[in-house]
Design a protein. Structure first.
Length: 183
């Protein structure tokens, strides 16, 4: 008899867990899709123009991301500056073509970091301008400026990828040198 109560209790617990999962999924679904319009013509007509609704918080969402990227870019720049100073001191004491090649490689990377920072700062400024335009009521202009801000951020990230590739190539040269010395 007690076993039957335990079985009923287990069944009830399983049903409660199932309903909770179902409600959680439904809540998540509603959270993400509650602002969409489900009108049949809109879903069937792919050529229908839907304008993006941009409010003042949308450009503000990029502030933390841009700030962190600029901090990372600055850290990379400072590390490269210290390395260049060290290599310059070594080259002054004993000129070596290998050190000169490293300095040239670092010069390219410093220029890329400068460009990365420039595009990142331009992206941040564009976000501020987009927020101002939204504040004064020019929604269409704000959308265009915010789109430009996103393009600038993408350019900054492309330069980042290029700088990382150069960095990895330089490290591979050092690793090959180590491997050749061991042989």
């Amino acid at each position: 008899m007690e076993y039957e109560r335990y079985d009923e209790f287990d069944k009830m617990q399983k049903e409660i867990r199932r309903v909770k999962k179902e409600l959680a999924w439904e809540g998540t679904f509603l959270f993400f899709f509650r602002n969409l319009e489900y009108s049949t013509p809109g879903w069937q007509n792919r050529h229908e123009h839907r304008s993006m609704e941009l409010n003042i918080t949308t450009p503000a969402l990029l502030f933390p991301a841009i700030s962190l990227l600029l901090l990372a870019y600055t850290n990379r720049f400072l590390a490269l500056a210290a390395l260049i100073r060290e290599l310059k001191t070594q080259y002054s004491q004993k000129p070596d073509p290998h050190i000169k090649m490293q300095i040239e490689n670092l010069r390219k990377r410093v220029y890329l970091i400068r460009d990365m920072q420039g595009f990142g700062i331009a992206s941040l400024l564009s976000c501020v301008v987009a927020m101002f335009l939204l504040f004064v009521g020019y929604a269409m202009a704000a959308q265009l400026v915010f789109g430009g801000s996103l393009v600038l951020m993408v350019l900054s990230l492309i330069f980042t990828i290029r700088e990382i590739k150069i960095s990895v190539d330089a490290l591979n040269v050092h690793l090959r040198d180590i491997e050749e010395e061991e042989i």
